[in-house]
Design a protein around this ligand. Structure first.
Ligand code: ARG
Length: 586
């Protein structure tokens, strides 16, 4: 399965060898799509200097040697020595016929690698915020894509389930009672639960004289000590907190159609047992040293203001461990136990320094060999209309579930307007699919490290670069096939390309395999989103200009139906890799 550029490369290489001799057989022919032709070859420009020949003359010689019978309709030298090639319709049809016959629509399977992906990672007893939403959506799309390329993806949901706040959270749970409405908040509005505990703690801390605000702070501290010492009753209470939070996380995941399950949980607490040894090993190897009572790693190249070295603190002076300590454990585990070939951390851009320090420490310790590639897929901020980090909506603190409900409601208004003829329950399903799809697509259609403004009205629109615009293509093709009582999956016929819009659509369809591979290499789902958006545009132009069911000849009608069916397959697969559902109708 090859794209035209790939198929053409050896032909150009052998023409160069004929023109210049075998020494130049390996020369990079530099092919790229161009606005003047299907492809432009820039080899002559690069090679002319080397061989001391005017570029236009060299280009002409390469053209003479090119064997492009049946492949190109036109070959011409232009400008300072570009070679412009225009493929014949028959050749494009032939290439696309292979893609059409391929179950995977041109996506090649790669040699399987083990790839742990760290994404989502919300915190227990806290609301997921839009940043968590974005790592969840981007991480899930990367997991789906790498899996589709043939890799063994190991999802790692590094939830924040350990640390000092748990003393206060456990005591608050005991105070309100496990079956109380307040405890239920952990599932419905976790921040409210957290805040209530925090307020009680702060009030007790600030009370004068000491103790007049109750002993909540004292109890919370004692509880942390018990938790860390592994007291069974305390651990059972802690597990209840985590379990209630899991219900909350899973509700969000199922609403969003995220592939994470409880089996993928690998929270901070899972590393508790190894942290002491890990610190001891770093100390024994001379990588970590005690400074002001804390165990620190000082690395070259990490300095703060006035050139003062910035340490990675791995054990605080009170004996507690840090975020950096657990992350050292994550990289060690993923390399040694999960046998990672690459490790993805899909987390906020501001954590770049943290991750680099962790990886450099792990390299020094011999836990991260050079052939394992750690990658930080940096997640940028989501902004409100005021261009500040989105934290509230209509004055209230942001609740993710409420935000998703709002998206579905907006989508419902859209679909009520366009399809009043449909059943109420059918419209409800479509509204959910496009409302959720719209929110996810907003995260996926921009570079994952860029900032963007969260604007629900724009996201649910049926036009523009939106999720619903892409979903609409699928619904449209389904409706064409519904009219003739056939299934697009069963449609196969010889492809004939005569009209420019047919040809443009065919050329675009040839690129699917390459773009999916590119997402796997660059970890940038927005490339796939952009490809699908252009596919939707190419399909619309085709559909407006080339009658399908009313085509003049039967072969043309069958060919056009096959093009529609291939658009359907590529679009549903592409949407699935992004994590969007494809509605039956819209
Ligand atoms: N729980 C963290 C947060 O909410 C994210 C953890 C990301 N993963 C990691 N291995 N550090 O910011």
């Amino acid at each position: 399965m090859v794209s035209p550029l790939v198929a053409l490369t050896p032909k150009v290489q052998s023409a160069i060898a004929t023109a210049l001799g075998d020494d130049y057989r390996e020369a990079d022919p530099v092919l790229r799509p161009s606005q003047f032709a299907d492809v432009q070859v820039n080899a002559a420009l690069a090679l002319a200097k080397k061989v001391g020949m005017p570029p236009r003359e060299l280009a002409a010689r390469i053209v003479d040697a090119l064997e492009l019978d049946g492949v190109c309709d036109s070959v011409e030298v232009s400008g300072p020595g570009f070679i412009n090639l225009t493929f014949s319709d028959a050749w494009i049809a032939e290439l696309l016929q292979d893609v059409e016959a391929d179950e995977r629509s041109g996506v090649a399977l790669q040699a399987t690698q083990n790839i742990p992906i760290d994404y989502s990672a919300p915190n227990v007893a806290k609301e997921m915020h839009v940043g968590h939403l974005r790592t969840t959506v981007v991480g899930d799309s990367l997991a789906r894509t790498l899996e589709h390329l043939g890799h063994h993806v190991i999802r790692q949901n590094h939830i924040g389930d350990w640390g000092t706040p748990f003393g206060m959270l456990i005591e608050h749970l005991l105070d309100v009672g496990r079956d109380s409405e307040e405890a239920e908040l952990l599932v419905t509005d976790p921040n409210a639960f957290y805040q209530a505990a925090r307020v009680k703690f702060d009030r007790a801390e600030k009370a004068e004289p000491a103790g007049s605000g109750g002993d909540f702070n004292v109890r919370a501290r004692t509880r942390v000590v018990l938790l860390q010492a592994g007291d069974p009753d305390t651990l059972a209470l802690w597990r209840e907190l985590v379990d209630l939070s899991k219900i909350y996380f899973n509700k969000i995941y199922s609403t969003l159609g995220i592939t994470l399950t409880d089996d993928d949980l690998a929270g901070e607490s899972t590393y508790n047992e190894v942290l002491a040894d890990l610190c001891a090993e770093l100390e024994a190897k001379g990588i970590a040293t005690v400074s002001d009572g804390a165990l620190c790693v000082f690395l070259d190249g990490y300095t703060g203001r006035e050139g003062k070295p910035v340490p990675l603190i791995i054990r605080k002076s009170d004996g507690g461990y840090n975020y950096g300590t657990t992350d050292l454990a994550t990289i060690k585990h993923r390399v040694e136990d999960l046998k990672a070939d690459r490790v993805l951390y899909v987390i906020g851009a501001p954590q770049a320094l943290h991750l680099n320090m962790v990886w450099d420490t792990a390299r020094k310790a011999g836990w991260l060999p050079d052939d394992v590639v750690p990658v930080h897929v940096q997640i940028g901020n989501v902004l409100g209309e005021d261009r500040k980090i989105l934290k509230t909506r209509s004055g209230k603190p942001l609740r993710l579930m409420a935000l998703l409900d709002e998206a579905v409601e907006k989508a419902r208004t859209v679909i009520d307007g366009t399809r009043p003829d449909l059943d109420d329950t059918v419209r409800a399903t479509i509204a959910r699919q496009i409302g959720i799809g719209a929110v996810k697509y907003a995260d996926l259609s921009v570079a994952h490290d860029s900032e963007y403004v969260f604007d629900l009205d724009r996201m649910v629109a049926l036009t523009g670069n939106t999720g619903p615009y892409l979903q609409y293509v699928v619904a449209r093709v389904r409706s064409i096939f519904r009219q003739i009582g056939l299934d697009p999956i069963a449609q196969h016929a010889p492809l004939l390309l005569g009209e420019p819009h047919e040809r443009a659509l065919a050329m675009h369809l040839l690129g699917f395999g390459d773009v999916v591979a590119e997402v796997g290499d660059t970890y940038e789902p927005h490339r796939l989103a952009g490809y699908l958006f252009e596919l939707a545009q190419a399909f619309s132009a085709f559909y407006e200009n080339c009658p399908v069911l009313k085509a003049e000849r039967d072969e043309v009608r069958e060919s056009r139906l096959t093009l529609c069916a291939l658009v359907f397959r590529v679009m549903t697969t592409g949407l699935d890799l992004l994590g969007l559902e494809a509605p039956e109708q819209m």
